[in-house]
Write a protein of this length. Structure first.
Length: 445
């Protein structure tokens, strides 16, 4: 094990040397725009490590070109000889920043927090900030201002400290993730009186909101009209309470083009879990402009079952028949087997599916595999029957079966405008296929 740990350290050193060589003085700068070091690198975090020399090699060259930085702090932060030094320098081109951390305790927490705070203060040109800090910090204020901030997910402060920060940025933020409240505080709210009184009807520019149903309901009551909702870890469909705060507010309901919800149950609550996948809560007309729907059933534990999901898919398609604008459906099942190649589904009745549905994603979470399908319709032609029961001269076609045409594994890979290759297996890959910042939504390409 010690030899393997030493080898891992050497490999990181070699990576640093290789990248440093790419930035050789006098040569042409590489087209490196993105650097992510956030995967689970350490199987035994106290033995496997990246030394400070490797970090320093990267720190000296990456800021020259990198626009998107993601790092994950680990047990190395407890040892000053191993600490990550990437946050100690300036990144003039940086626009997207993501920080994760392991759960650990160290006497250096104050130093780490100071480094993060100083980094944010020096980089107020950031447009996309994501911070999930699992170390045991007390909640602290976020005093910085980011004039161009568009996407925000900061989970290191309680609502009392987060509220004034968000209030300063509601005019620019279009994609917001609000963390679950972990730190106890009295009467938590993101809209205390001093903030609520200064909100205008058009103050909130949110297009994407990732939050609990309770928080989402508060934003809607303040005038927010997101197009894309993401809600996780509800105990049941009923806990979402969409029929109380979203469906009855016609302007808010009509704005929604994407709904992504997750329900987590115990191992013995199959009926509760299947209820979310069957989408019975989404009655016809509730979200009249819905283009994409992602439904996730998760369990607290693991499963070795391999249920056939074809019947469930047909039931869901039938229930969603009245979603006339739905183009993409994602279903995630904790006990499901993969769908067979060239699957043909027998619909529950004629045309028992959304009329515009193009894409189906089937995710088997027990093996963490997603299958992407294009929906092909198999129509049958029947003689036209007139109102008096006689046969007319024409014929009528109806859809009786659906062929699921498997899309290639590279279907969700794309190269963006800056030349960065986005692949579906990346840790922060999207669960949705469409970009809902546009009207109408556009397929990610």
């Amino acid at each position: 094990m010690q030899q393997l740990a030493q080898l891992a350290t050497i490999r990181w050193r070699q990576l640093g040397l290789m990248i440093a060589d790419m930035f050789h003085p006098g040569g042409q700068l590489p087209a490196l725009r993105l650097f992510h070091a956030e995967d689970g690198i350490y199987w035994s975090p106290k033995e496997w490590h990246t030394d400070q020399e490797s970090w320093d090699l990267l720190k000296n060259v990456l800021p020259t070109t990198v626009e998107d930085l993601a790092i994950k702090l680990s047990w190395d932060e407890a040892d000053l000889k191993r600490t990550c030094t990437l946050l100690e320098t300036d990144w003039p081109l940086l626009r997207t920043f993501s920080l994760r951390s392991e759960i650990f305790e160290t006497p250096n927490l104050n130093r780490i927090q100071q480094v993060i705070d100083q980094f944010l203060t020096r980089h107020q040109h950031l447009e996309d900030i994501s911070i999930y800090a699992f170390f045991d910090f007390d909640s602290i204020p976020i005093p910085q201002n980011f004039p161009k901030l568009k996407k925000c997910a900061i989970d290191k402060s309680n609502y009392a400290d987060l509220a004034p920060f968000l209030a300063r940025h509601y005019g620019t933020v279009t994609d917001l993730a609000v963390p679950e409240l972990v730190i106890r505080e009295r009467d938590p709210t993101l809209f205390p009186p001093d903030i609520s009184t200064n909100l205008e009807p058009d103050s909130l520019k949110l297009e994407v909101l990732r939050a609990s149903p309770e928080v989402a309901a508060t934003f809607v009551s303040k005038g927010a009209r997101p197009r894309h909702y993401e809600m996780e870890d509800a105990r049941s469909v009923q806990k979402l309470k969409l029929d109380q705060w979203l469906f009855p507010v016609s302007e808010a309901a009509e704005a929604v083009t994407c709904l992504n919800v997750s329900v987590t149950t115990s191992l013995l609550e199959d009926l509760t879990g299947e209820a979310v996948l069957q989408a019975e809560f989404l009655w016809g007309g509730a979200l009249p402009n819905l283009v994409e729907l992602a439904l996730r059933w998760a369990i607290s534990g693991t499963s070795d079952r391999a249920d056939d999901g074809r019947e469930l898919v047909c039931e869901t398609l039938a229930i969603l028949k009245h979603q006339t604008f739905l183009r993409a459906l994602r279903l995630e099942h904790p006990h499901a087997a993969l769908l067979p190649p060239d699957t043909v589904l027998d619909l529950e009745w004629d045309d028992a599916m959304p009329p515009r549905l193009e894409y189906l994603t089937w995710h088997s979470s027990s093996i963490n595999v997603s299958q992407y399908f294009r929906v092909g319709r198999i129509s049958t032609v029947q003689p036209e029957i007139l109102s008096d029961g006689s046969h007319g001269r024409g014929s009528v076609g109806s859809v009786r079966k659906v062929r699921l045409e498997r899309l290639p594994d590279m279907f969700r890979s794309r190269i963006d405008d800056s030349g960065v290759w986005h692949q579906s297996w990346r840790p922060r890959a999207r669960e949705t296929l469409f970009d809902h910042s546009h009207s109408p939504p556009r397929l990610h390409t």
